[in-house]
Design a protein around this ligand. Structure first.
Ligand SMILES: *Cc1c(COP(=O)(O)O)cnc(C)c1O
Length: 821
């Protein structure tokens, strides 16, 4: 835990380039790559990575937070504004980060397991951690830190107290694995599988495998399945190889499998000339394979089959999500109660710090397991984290952490065990605060979580915030330099919830938000959102509210102009930001060509308003057959807005593109784009395959299962016919939740235990029925209404509408649950 301290000389000789040292005695132990997530700044080194946003912009933020060591690639930075700092100027800051981690790696000679493959890397890593933890002190990648940046940050956590490392590596294009191989240098290699994964930037499977195998060039032992590499024509790595397969020649030949009690997978295999067996407490196909990979790894590492079996039977589910839920007494709850170590604590605290909906932040934390580490060092580090991450209160559980009470500079309350906390819960008066739950397994924090969470109607809309961030970053890559982003969060962010999404967007530094009505903007202000917010449909009655809440109205007609001007004049306000809407063909709201001259006159006469932007909306930006119309609209917009821009003597922004406009008309970005549905994972201009990630999943559950005899009917109006009879499941979602009646009688399909099943009969207000004939399902089973497999786009098409209507139609009684992956 006591990380090696690096001197300035060692750093500069490792990463090369030119060094400008003003602070030769500083010592370094923490790598920093994100100016929004800084810790241990005095001993930190900040890498200005060139990404979507240029890292150099954030040097000032890092400097103000106390960082004094910077790796940069831009020689023109004015170093004199950062006195007392060391600058290392290199060609490629990412490469320097990797070089430094590779150098750190070489200081340790204990075994390191490297994992790659298309799927399952994180689960296999976490399971091996569970399986090997009893006799090892393991350092591993936090969450799924497996990228060009994530791997060096993970390997940097290696220290002398560990005796085993487990790291995963993921790549998206050719040439990347060599970099990661140098950083990880695995002695044991695990290749999980190879999938049809698209967007991996490879010509074919052969090439993809070849690239991935570069991780393993120097391993002693290579573990893989003939199922995935049996046909591979290239050379396989490893001095020793350990193979597994189903009913085929392999070191571990799995020849029999059987599901027990619906909960366990019983496996038998041929190994070393004997029949051996194992029980895995999961029954889905992916978990079974991941389990077999772990089984093979234990055997390859020399564990006895009996011991491997005993350990595998105790595998626990891996939940890599950070869930944000509504709690009791207006609290927000971040539930990350499945495991606890320092690196995952740091990540969860970052997420806590990002939450601005309440003034107060509380951490409920258990003792941190780790027998061989010096507890004083651990809790010192925890104390430092709490200060850096703006935690106001620590509620700690367990006999050890209590002993280090003196280390903490925040309000603290200690409990002996979880039972004691539960019995004293009311006296803690948890209210109006954000609470992070972080406990080791043994402390059963799920019991605390259950008490702090609202009981939910069992239909929930899950929102993947990581996917929103991914989608935002994807669109950023499509923008020309300097083009700003206005994120559209109208209609509860297309049904995904307003504050949570807006907060994420603010954190990711979009430039503007837009809502439809003033009320939506007011509620964002109440929750602490400070970004500029455009109101697209400002009501005259709401002008006072708009001004009080610093919202920026869209001015679309002379009537609105006059009325708003009057309010501004009455209040003696000048230069109030407004947005001018032009009608270039939608024929909805906006000034037309004939109005422009008069509008220019009015705008020049007053200084009560300042035109922040001029914009127009496209009629059919997603539709190729309408491209002439779109181009005509853009041309008209350019002319009309150009006239206004020319006459007003100050800078203003122009914008016309919505989501599919951004994808399809890169030449018409002007100064800003308005990104709506693409953020939420949908862009109808992506004809084949989408680079977006699915954001929302709608889930419900089975209330009852019934056998239907031949000829009986199901539901209102007897329209649900089952001539052969069969079995139906009644599920807790109806048209009042937003599941359209048009999906009645087999038009709609839902997913139960991985199988698509059709609706039977009419969709009712609060329920509907599914045909589950021949399926092994139970009451209480989860039912997926839509996700990345049953897509919102497909549902919309079936009932002749658009995804926008489906998403915004999910009623507010359906609870929203947010999570980070
Ligand atoms: C809703 C809306 C958008 C966003 O459109 P998407 O297709 O969801 O990106 C942009 N501009 C205006 C004026 C809108 O009303």
């Amino acid at each position: 835990m006591n990380h090696i301290l690096y001197s300035v000389e060692e750093i500069s000789s490792t990463i090369g380039g030119k060094s400008f040292v003003e602070n030769p005695d500083s010592q370094i132990r923490t790598l920093l790559t994100d100016s929004r997530k800084l810790t241990d700044t005095e001993k930190g080194i900040f890498f200005a990575l060139k990404g979507r946003r240029h890292g150099h912009t954030f040097i000032k933020d890092a400097y103000d937070a106390g960082v004094r060591n910077f790796v940069i690639s831009d020689e023109t930075i004015d170093r004199s504004s950062y006195s007392g700092s060391n600058f290392y100027i290199v060609e490629d800051t990412l490469k320097s980060l990797q070089d430094l981690a590779a150098h750190h790696r070489l200081k340790f000679s204990y075994p390191v397991i490297g994992i790659t493959g298309s799927n399952g890397k994180t689960v296999v890593k976490e399971w091996l951690y569970q399986l090997l933890a009893p006799e090892n002190n393991i350092v591993r990648s936090p969450r799924s830190f497996n990228s060009q940046i994530g791997v060096p940050l993970s390997v940097w956590e290696m220290n002398e107290e560990n005796n085993l490392g487990i790291f995963e590596a993921g790549i998206s294009r050719k040439g990347e694995m060599e970099n990661l191989a140098k950083v990880i240098r695995p002695s044991i290699g695990i290749f999980t599988n190879i999938g049809e994964a698209h967007y991996e930037g490879f010509e074919n499977t052969e090439e993809k495998i070849k690239e991935k195998l570069k991780l393993f060039e120097d391993v002693d032992t290579f573990i893989y399945s003939c199922k995935y590499l049996g046909e591979y024509a290239g050379e396989l790595p490893g001095k020793n190889r350990f193979t597994w397969c189903y009913r085929d020649k392999a070191d571990l030949d799995v020849f029999d499998d059987e599901v027990l009690e619906g909960k366990f997978q019983f496996l038998r295999a041929r190994y070393n000339g004997e029949d051996i067996e194992a029980l895995i407490p999961f029954t889905d196909q992916a978990s079974i394979e991941n389990g077999i990979i772990c089984w093979a790894t234990l055997l390859a590492m020399g564990y006895e089959p009996e011991e491997a079996d005993r350990r595998l039977a105790k595998l626990l589910p891996v939940n890599m999500r950070l869930e944000l839920k509504n709690g009791i007494n207006n609290c927000s709850l971040i539930d990350d109660s499945y495991s606890l170590d320092l690196s995952s604590l740091a990540i969860a605290l970052d997420f806590l710090q990002q939450q601005n909906q309440h003034l107060r932040r509380t951490l409920i934390l258990s003792d941190i397991p780790g027998d061989t580490l010096d507890p004083l060092l651990i809790y010192e580090k925890v104390a430092r984290l709490l200060e850096n991450k703006s935690v106001d209160r620590l509620i700690a559980i367990g006999p050890h952490i209590k002993k280090y009470a003196a280390e903490f500079n925040v309000e603290t309350i200690f409990f002996e065990d979880t039972d004691e906390l539960i019995s004293k819960l009311p006296s803690l008066k948890l209210a109006n605060e954000t609470i992070l739950l972080k406990g080791a397994r043994a402390y059963e924090f799920e019991r605390i979580s259950a008490l702090l969470t609202h009981k939910v109607h069992e239909t929930i809309l899950e929102i993947n915030l990581t996917a929103v961030e991914h989608n935002l970053n994807y669109y950023k890559t499509l923008l020309n330099p300097g083009v700003k982003i206005m994120a559209i969060v109208k209609a509860f962010s297309y049904g995904s919830g307003s504050f949570e999404i807006a907060n994420l967007l603010e954190f990711n530094k979009v430039d503007y938000l837009a809502v439809a009505y003033a009320d939506e903007g007011v509620s964002l202000r109440k929750d602490g959102i400070t970004l500029p917010i455009m109101v697209m449909n400002p009501d005259v009655m709401a002008f006072e509210t708009i001004i009080e809440n610093s919202l920026e109205p869209e001015i679309y007609s002379f009537r609105i102009f006059e009325e708003f001007l009057e309010v501004l004049n009455r209040k003696n306000i000048s230069h109030y930001p407004v947005h001018i809407k032009l009608d270039t063909g939608m024929h909805r709201l906006g000034f037309e060509e004939k109005d422009i001259v008069k509008l220019i006159g009015l705008l020049s006469e007053t200084d009560a308003m300042r035109v922040e932007s001029i914009f127009s909306h496209l009629v059919a930006s997603e539709d190729e057959s309408e491209d002439d119309l779109t181009k005509e609209q853009v041309k008209k917009f350019e002319q009309m807005s150009g006239m206004i821009k020319e006459k007003l003597a100050y800078p203003l922004l122009r914008h016309v593109l919505n989501t599919s406009g951004i994808s399809r008309f890169p030449d018409s970005q002007f100064d800003l784009v308005r990104l709506g549905i693409g953020l939420y994972g949908i862009d109808s201009s992506n004809k084949e395959g989408s680079p977006l990630q699915t954001v929302t999943s709608l889930k419900t559950s089975i209330s009852q299962i019934k056998e239907i005899r031949a000829g009986e009917t199901v539901g209102y109006g007897s329209s649900g016919k089952m001539p052969q009879g069969g079995k139906i499941a009644t599920v807790k979602i109806g048209y009042a939740d937003g599941y359209s009646r048009a999906l009645s009688n087999g038009v709609g399909k839902m997913l139960i235990n991985g199988k698509q099943v059709p609706t039977v009969g009419k969709i009712c207000m609060d329920m509907c029925m599914l045909d589950v004939t021949g399926l092994n399902v139970s009451e209480g089973d989860e039912v997926i209404v839509f996700n990345n497999e049953i897509r919102v786009e497909d549902i919309a098409k079936k009932i002749n509408t658009i995804p926008y209507e489906i998403l915004t139609g999910i009623s507010q009684r359906v609870k929203r649950v947010y999570y980070y992956e």
